[in-house]
Ligand binder design. Structure first.
Ligand SMILES: [Zn+2]
Length: 142
């Protein structure tokens, strides 16, 4: 009963998990769930497909990896030494696109929170951040 998956099935399942449900996202979802909030995932109806959307509250949450999205205060920021110009251009592009997405979502009337991967290291603090974000009146309602 314990080991009924073949190796292929197992790795297929693992890759599916990795693609769709990155761990930080799962953690954020479970905290929100515990707080009693209902949400939708990866919705196509807003720019940048926010990772988590809380339609009732008009709030969305993006979960960003510190390396790819260039978290300003994070130590995960080193640029690979080979092809560093290319990397720098790629990163600049990511950051620009992130900025555009967030601005577009805000312009559509949604409150936006970005959760950085490194914030998952302190779950008590992350929970407070999420609680405050959810408690804040939506900027349209204010
Ligand atoms: Zn970070």
């Amino acid at each position: 009963m314990s080991d009924t998956l073949t190796q292929a099935e197992r790795s297929e399942r693992m890759s599916r998990v990795r693609n769709k449900d990155t761990k930080p996202e799962k953690v954020v979802r479970s905290i929100l769930h515990r707080m009693g909030f209902r949400f939708r995932l990866h919705t196509n109806t807003l720019p940048g497909k926010p990772d988590i959307m809380l339609p009732k509250h008009k709030k969305v949450i993006f979960i960003h990896g510190c390396f790819w999205h260039r978290h300003g205060v994070c130590r995960a920021l080193s640029i690979p030494e080979s092809n560093s110009d290319k990397w720098a251009a790629k990163f600049a592009d990511n950051v620009r696109r992130d900025g555009e997405k967030l601005a577009a979502v805000r312009a559509a009337g949604w409150d936006v929170l970005v959760v950085w991967e490194c914030e998952l290291r302190d779950l008590a603090k992350l929970e407070i951040t999420l609680r405050e974000f959810m408690a804040k009146p939506s900027h349209l309602a204010a």
